[in-house]
Design a protein around this ligand. Structure first.
Ligand code: AGP
Length: 367
C-alpha cells in the first residue's frame, strides 16, 4: 500500500508516535515571536474585524467536539471572548440563532463528517461566518468554510483519532493567541505562550517515551467493567476525551464527569470495582481536586491520578502519573496523551482490533 503502518502493529500506535513531528508541522511558520502572536494566513480577517467578534462558537462531533471544548477555554482565557463548543450533530436541529458578530469554527479531522458539514451549511445559509480547523486538504468542510486553518497532521487511518486531535488543540491555541493579541493579551503573555507551544513537541515525546509504565497500568484497568474519568474546568474535556478513547477501543464503560459533580450523584457508583482516572493539574483548583480524591478513596475506589510532579497529593492511595508541565493554558493537551496510551494498551490486552473498532467508521458521512 502507498501508506501503511510500517514497522508498527497498528495505525493508532504509528499515529500516536508521530505526534511530536505532527505538532511541529502545525506550528511551523505560524508563531510570530516578535509580537508574541499567532500568524494564520488562512484567517483573512483584519484587526478591526477581529475586534468586532463578540462570541466564538465551536462545532464538531465526538472527539473533535471535546477538543473544541478545550479550544473554547483557550479562546475565552486568552482572548476574553465568550466561547463555547457544541456537538455539531445537534446544532441544526435546535433552529440556532446565528449572530453576525459571532465567529463560528468548524473542527474536523476528515472534513467529511456530515453533521459538521450540515452545521456549516446552516450557519452560512443564515449569513454567519464560519472558519474551519480541518486536517484533510480540499475536503467538503474545508471547501464550505470562509477560510481556516489546516492541521497538517498527515493522513490519519485509525478510527481512534490521536495526532489530528493534538493538532486541533494547537490550532485552537494559535487562533486564541491571534485573537488575544488584537485584544487584551499582553505581549509578555503572548511570548510566554509561544515559548510553551515551542516546547510541546519535545514534551509529547517525553510522555511517549514513558509508554511502558502506562502499558502496565492499562493492563490493570482493562479488567474493570466500568471506569470514571474526572476533571474540572480545563481538565474536564481532557476527561471526556479520555473516556471516549477508552470506550471506543476497549469497549469498557467509561464515563466522564466534572470532579465537582461527583458528590451530586455519581459518587454512589464508586466502589473497589470502579477505577477513577482523575485529571489533577497544578492549577488554581488543585486543592479542591485533591479533596475529591479523598472522597473517592474513602469509598474504596481505585485511583489513577494524572498530575504534575510538583503537586502534593498527600496520603491519598493512588497510582500517580506525572505529566510534563507546560503553561497552564496548554496543559490539557499534554494530559490527553497518556490517556491515548492507556486506551491503546487496554484494548491491546483485551485483544481488540485497535484500528477498526466494532460499530464505528473513521468518518461518518451519512445522516
Ligand atoms: C475519534 O476518536 C472518534 N473516532 C470520533 O469521535 C471523531 O472524532 C468524530 O467522528 C469526528 O470526526 P472528524 O474529526 O473527522 O469530523
Amino acid at each position: 500500500a502507498a501508506y501503511d503502518a510500517g514497522e508498527h502493529d497498528s495505525f493508532m500506535r504509528k499515529e500516536m508516535l508521530e505526534q511530536p513531528s505532527a505538532a511541529e508541522r502545525v506550528l511551523r511558520g505560524r508563531l510570530d515571536e516578535r509580537f508574541g502572536t499567532g500568524h494564520l494566513g488562512g484567517l483573512d480577517m483584519d484587526a478591526r474585524e477581529t475586534r468586532a467578534i463578540k462570541r466564538v462558537k465551536i462545532l464538531g462531533c465526538g472527539s473533535a467536539y471535546y477538543v473544541g471544548q478545550m479550544g473554547a477555554s483557550l479562546v475565552e482565557e486568552l482572548a476574553r471572548i465568550p466561547a463555547d463548543a457544541e456537538a455539531a450533530s445537534e446544532f441544526r436541529y435546535r433552529n440556532p440563532v446565528i449572530e453576525p458578530d459571532t465567529l463560528y469554527v468548524a473542527v474536523s479531522q476528515s472534513g467529511e463528517t456530515i453533521d459538521t458539514l450540515l452545521a456549516v451549511q446552516e450557519i452560512r445559509r443564515k449569513g454567519g461566518r464560519v472558519i474551519g480547523l480541518v486536517n484533510v486538504v480540499g475536503s467538503a468542510i474545508a471547501r464550505e468554510c470562509d477560510g481556516g486553518i489546516y492541521l497538517h497532521a498527515g493522513p490519519e487511518v485509525a478510527v481512534a483519532s490521536t495526532k489530528a486531535l493534538t493538532n486541533m488543540f494547537l490550532g485552537f491555541a494559535l487562533l486564541a493567541l491571534q485573537l488575544g493579541r488584537v485584544r487584551d493579551l499582553s505581549i509578555a503573555d503572548g511570548k510566554r505562550l509561544i515559548a510553551g507551544l515551542s516546547r510541546l513537541p519535545e514534551q509529547i515525546q517525553e510522555i511517549l517515551d514513558g509508554e511502558e509504565a502506562l502499558a502496565a497500568l492499562a493492563t490493570d484497568l482493562a479488567g474493570a467493567e466500568s471506569l470514571f474519568f474526572v476533571g474540572r474546568v480545563r481538565g474536564f474535556p481532557v476527561a471526556r476525551e479520555g473516556a471516549q478513547k477508552f470506550k471506543e477501543i476497549s469497549y469498557r464503560h467509561a464515563e466522564a464527569y466534572q470532579t465537582s459533580e461527583l458528590k451530586h450523584g455519581p459518587l454512589a457508583l464508586i466502589s473497589p470495582e470502579v477505577p477513577t482516572i482523575a485529571i489533577v493539574p497544578a492549577d488554581e483548583l488543585t486543592d479542591r481536586n485533591v479533596a475529591a480524591l479523598h472522597e473517592i478513596a474513602a469509598r474504596g475506589g481505585p485511583l489513577v491520578v494524572l498530575t504534575h510532579a510538583d503537586v502534593d497529593l498527600g496520603e491519598v492511595p493512588c497510582r500517580r502519573i506525572d505529566v510534563p508541565r507546560s503553561e497552564r493554558e496548554l496543559d490539557p493537551i499534554l494530559l490527553t496523551i497518556p490517556l491515548q496510551l492507556l486506551a491503546f494498551h487496554a484494548a491491546q490486552v483485551l485483544g481488540h482490533d485497535i484500528d477498526k473498532p466494532r460499530n464505528l467508521a473513521k468518518s461518518v458521512t451519512v445522516e
